[in-house]
Design a protein around this ligand. Structure first.
Ligand code: NAD
Length: 391
């Protein structure tokens, strides 16, 4: 019998409710399908408000150290404390653990209410760069000493003329590196090849930010050409019907046009590789097309070390916390991804199927209930019990 130690962070707000439901389901489904092979041992790690209450720190060193020693972990949402000087704990975790890919699959589950006409046409695999871009946190508030130094350098040394109101401007830096871009695009192309998916679309805003977003796109094409020349083809290189046979098509799209296209022709897209901020917007819009962030799973992955942190993609939802209203779907589907990653595919599929069955029987939590005629409103806990019934 193999013992799998999996660290978990409960999370703040609705985290308490959804994490417990999810861990119970994972325990049950693994026991059902792999009882003679695998046993899960959960290790609770402190982060967020619970950690602050118990240790005086939001992200204790022990939590980071334990995560670094375990290849797979799962977490609920964490509050970003309001006030100057606080960095998002999620961003901190991604950067400290160098989890450079935020992977979000977005597909339709039968029965889920959607604002678009054909949600079943949405089947995306979003690879969002997770460690660079404006998330690097390099910002200088207006009228501070650092801001003045930065401004002096820009205006006097670099002779920059584009700052319209220098007296009152705050400033930010957007680092996008060749290594960071290439490792992300490499992961996306490899994924498309492994899963036999038709295309990888590089989404960027390179028409305006030529040396950051534009460079991301350029480096993306370079990875395809230099490392996967036999297995990929650029869309622009296709001249006839047979050219792309057996190959992954590499194409690119400007971010604003992409958002429009995604609403109008979602079937055109499969794997998406994009920068950090674009990926943030795209993930939430795509999730909304198939039922909202309460149902969107996600994972932060380093494909080189294989470390993966699975998470609920939504926040702590303080407006509904503690009321049994939260949809645990996002974390449950992330847990199913985790089971796939741990090579326990029967358990993963059973979990997804059970969730889909409960929703298709119109038994849902409050976020979906408002959109389902004659639906049955369930609490977070009861929703979990219904899923357990169908495992
Ligand atoms: P949020 O995602 O918490 O809430 C946005 C809206 O979605 C709210 O109306 C909420 O009720 C609803 N919602 C979210 N999750 C839901 C669920 N599971 N079921 C039903 N409805 C759900 O975003 P916010 O209000 O902007 O952020 C609240 C806190 O969460 C902030 O401190 C923010 O920093 C943090 N946050 C954390 C993460 C993370 O841990 N990955 C992500 C986003 C925001």
């Amino acid at each position: 019998m193999k013992k799998l130690q999996i660290p978990f962070i409960q999370g703040d707000g609705v985290g308490q409710e959804i994490t417990q439901v999810t861990l119970n389901l994972v325990q049950e489904v693994v026991h059902k399908y792999y009882s003679d092979q695998v046993e899960i041992e959960w290790i609770e790690l402190l982060a967020g408000e619970k950690a602050f209450r118990e240790t005086g720190e939001y992200l204790p060193e022990k939590t980071l150290a334990t995560l670094k020693n375990h290849p797979v972990a799962i977490k609920g949402p964490l509050t970003t404390p309001v006030g100057e000087g606080f960095r998002s704990l999620n961003v901190q975790l991604r950067q400290e653990l160098d989890l450079y890919t935020c992977y979000r699959p977005v597909r339709y589950f039968c029965g889920v209410p959607s604002p678009v006409k054909f949600p079943e046409q949405v089947d995306l695999h979003i690879f969002r760069e997770n460690t660079e871009d404006i998330y690097a946190g390099i910002e200088f508030m207006q009228r501070t000493e650092d801001n003045e130094k930065m401004k002096k350098f820009l205006l006097q040394e670099l002779k920059i003329t584009g700052i319209l109101f220098p007296e009152t401007s705050s400033l930010g830096v957007k680092p996008i590196s060749e290594e960071g871009s290439k490792r992300l695009v490499r992961a996306a192309i490899q994924f498309a090849l492994d899963k036999k998916l038709p295309s990888v679309t590089l989404v960027h805003k390179g028409n305006i930010m030529k040396f950051t977003e534009g460079a991301f796109c350029k480096w993306g094409y370079e990875v395809a050409k230099e490392e996967y020349s036999d297995q990929t083809i650029a869309l622009s290189a296709i001249t006839g019907p047979g050219d792309a046979k057996g190959k992954v098509i590499i194409q690119d799209c400007i971010a604003d046009a992409f958002l429009q296209n995604l609403l109008l022709k979602p079937y055109q897209y499969s794997v998406i590789a994009t920068t950090n901020l674009n990926g943030d917007y795209i993930s939430d819009m795509a999730a909304a097309m198939v039922g909202g962030i309460g149902m969107a799973p996600g994972a932060n992955i380093n494909y080189q070390t294989r470390m993966a942190l699975f998470e609920a993609t939504h926040g702590t939802a303080p407006d509904i916390a503690g009321q049994g209203k939260a949809n645990p779907g996002s974390l449950i589907l992330s847990a199913a991804m985790m089971l796939d990653y741990l090579n326990l595919p029967l358990a993963a599929e059973a979990l997804r199927d059970a969730l889909e069955k409960v929703i298709s029987h119109r038994k849902v939590t409050s976020d979906l209930h408002a959109f389902i005629p004659y639906g049955e409103l369930l609490t977070t806990q009861k929703f979990g019990e219904e899923i357990a019934y169908y495992l």
